[in-house]
Design a protein around this ligand. Structure first.
Ligand SMILES: C[S@@+](CC[C@H](N)C(=O)[O-])C[C@H]1O[C@@H](n2cnc3c(N)ncnc32)[C@H](O)[C@@H]1O
Length: 340
């Protein structure tokens, strides 16, 4: 069948495939095409949803993936095809919980969608309608539409199992690759601050990898820190992480300098960037996250570096789209290194 796909060089194929899968954009019912030095990865969403830096959107003929049972959850809904058009193609899976956003006209039919997802996703226990994250602590508003039990679960990513409560503390499975990338960039003996750590996926992944000398994780949400402490208590490497309830604005001035600092507060982090940058040791790196409109991405890294001139000399060593945020904006990681 003819569908949209993303043309990427073979050498970047696996990385982009995982990014698309984490973002819910990889279409599972179609096979990846091999074209010489390129791959074409089948897309679920309209091409607008894909960050341009990930590859070129093309139209291709794809073969269907052989699979037992229905290929998509929508196949389980006994609706005419025209009524299925508005159904989202992607959803998130957090442990044994499935989360989906529905356009308003479909909310009246949420129970049927919930049942379809409960049967479609292997191991699913509970399906929630995702009303988005709210407030300074970015807590998710969820509504049960199928299944049963608590919002508390364990989510597996990058070889660790995280304690998650989708209502009480922020967590997104779409950041899994980014957690791994930052952990892989930590050198033996580095000290790490994970600011706005949520339930601690950066910290836990870094500690699990075993290179960091110490990790200090800070979040203003006490529930997030409680969940992180429960995760750490299950692992022998948990003792390397100190989990603290605290505000990032109170953290900077007295904190000793360290080699790796993560600041993941995409809408407000810019306010704290200078004080947080002060905690980066010479030669160390700051991983800063921001939602950036696609038309404003060029030059943003340089502007961030310039804004830190009063703190010290920084250079941008990497910039990557973590996942699409809206049809016109992306969550972007800026890696800023402090000069020696
Ligand atoms: C986008 S979440 C990041 C979660 C985590 N880093 C991850 O990768 O899953 C932002 C987190 O910042 C926390 N937060 C918001 N304002 C804060 C502040 N002023 N100081 C410390 N933490 C804050 C929220 O409670 C939330 O857990």
């Amino acid at each position: 069948m003819i569908a949209s796909g993303l043309l990427v060089p073979r050498v970047r194929g696996e990385e982009v495939r995982r990014d698309l899968a984490d973002s819910g954009l990889l279409r599972p019912d179609l096979e990846i095409r091999h074209e010489g030095e390129f791959l074409v990865l089948p897309l679920v969403e309209s091409p607008d949803g894909v960050p341009p830096s990930w590859g070129e959107v093309v139209e291709r003929e794809f073969r269907e993936t052989p699979r037992k049972g229905p290929a998509r959850y929508r196949d389980l809904l006994p609706w005419p095809d025209s009524e299925k058009e508005a159904l989202p193609r992607s959803f998130d899976v957090v442990g044994d919980i499935v989360l989906i956003r529905l356009p308003e006209p479909l909310e009246a039919r949420k129970a049927a969608v919930g049942d379809a997802l409960l049967h479609f996703v292997p191991g699913a226990r509970l399906v929630g309608l995702d009303h988005g994250v709210h407030g300074p602590e970015r807590r998710r508003e969820v509504e049960r539409i199928a299944g049963s039990g608590p919002w508390r679960t364990r989510h597996r990513e990058n070889g660790v199992e995280l304690e998650v409560d989708v209502e009480r503390a922020y967590f997104s499975p779409r950041l899994a690759r980014e957690h791994a990338r930052v952990a892989e960039d930590v050198r033996p003996g580095d000290r790490v601050y994970d600011l706005c750590c949520g339930v601690g996926p950066f910290s836990v992944t870094i500690a699990h990898l075993g290179r960091a000398a110490s990790v200090t994780a800070v979040d203003a949400n006490p529930d997030a820190i409680e969940l992180l402490r429960e995760t750490l208590a299950r692992y022998p490497f948990g003792g390397r992480v100190t989990a603290l309830i605290g505000r990032v604005e109170e953290f900077g001035p007295t904190a000793p300098l360290v080699e790796r600092v993560v600041l993941n507060l995409p809408h407000e982090g810019i306010k704290y960037l200078p004080s947080v940058a002060r905690t980066v040791a010479p030669g160390g790196r700051l991983y800063y996250y921001e939602v950036v409109s696609r038309t404003e991405l060029v030059g943003r890294g340089k502007a961030l570096v310039n804004s830190l001139q009063s703190v010290g000399e920084f250079v941008e060593v990497a910039e990557r789209v973590v996942h699409p945020y809206s049809p016109a904006s992306d969550l972007v990681a800026f890696v800023l290194e402090r000069s020696r």
